[in-house]
Design a protein around this ligand. Sequence first.
Ligand code: FE2
Length: 341
Amino acid sequence: MSSSQDLSKYFFLPSKLLGKKSKSFMFDIYIYHEEDKNISLDTKAHHRIQQEHLDGYSFLEGKGYKIAIAIAQKSICFLELGIHEKDLVFDDGVDGPDKELALNYVDQKAKFEKEIHEFDFTKAWKSSLRTNNYEQVIAMAKKEIFCFPLNVSMTVSNARMLSQFLEKDNVNNRIISVTYYFAKMLGITGYEELSDLICAAFFKDLGTLFLNYGFENVPVETLDRSLQVDYFKHPKISLFLLKKSGIELSEQCFKIIEQHHETPDGAGFPAGLVGASVVSLSQLLGVVDQFFRFLGGHVTKNKLSHQDILSLWEKGQNPQGMKTYQEEMAKQFSGFLKSSA
Ligand SMILES: [Fe+2]
């Protein structure tokens, strides 16, 4: 029996809070499925529920279903189960360190939110550019991503889980954190889009691990042509490995990974896509990726300064076979850099 599909009239209840004994509840129990956004009435109030039925709820949770209760019956539900708002924490079915994080989620979130509210990214970014130390930006990105909601999608949950690795001030963590803040500065605030970017930034270069040279320590322009051709394949290899692993990421996240070196003028790789076929989130990640890789000496023989990079982007120069950006996203990032100088 279908009910109204207005989700704002319901809240989700972790199945474990219903307990394990046969009983009847004074509230109606609905079942919600994430994929088709459908809510159906499962058990009317005062109807006896057997223990097998309660176990079934737990099983369904692992399959992407959720128990939903009408907001109108929230007080009676909380009273009868003896629970509070802070108990409505889902562990996303994830084991390991993230499960522990989820259990502390409400307390930690409350603590971090004040810090996040007071954090001035522009000020921290200016300091990072000046001192070449990004520890504060990385640490705050870690806290902000940790506070993402628990029950939006698997990509959002994966972004939360990956945030625990934002520790060291290295080139990858710089790219992930600054991509996140740059996206926010461009007005991207949806958890799903931000998480698509975060997960893509984490996994985009996975494929380089399978290339037969020490990519991280060798500037790409110094590789001979055959190794460069290998290097140009890494987005496809990353995609292949991730899909093979079965990790649940959105199609948009996979697309960002596949396209993170494509540029709208067709000079990127691996496919040389043109124009709008390069999605804007791929360009966003690509620009930040290129900035830090130029800065760290991962592309050219010598490390480039901020000014060198700005100058290359403005002229659209193409140093020794490596593509630079002269696109809208690079202009946005250049403007962001200049205003922080
Ligand atoms: Fe890459």
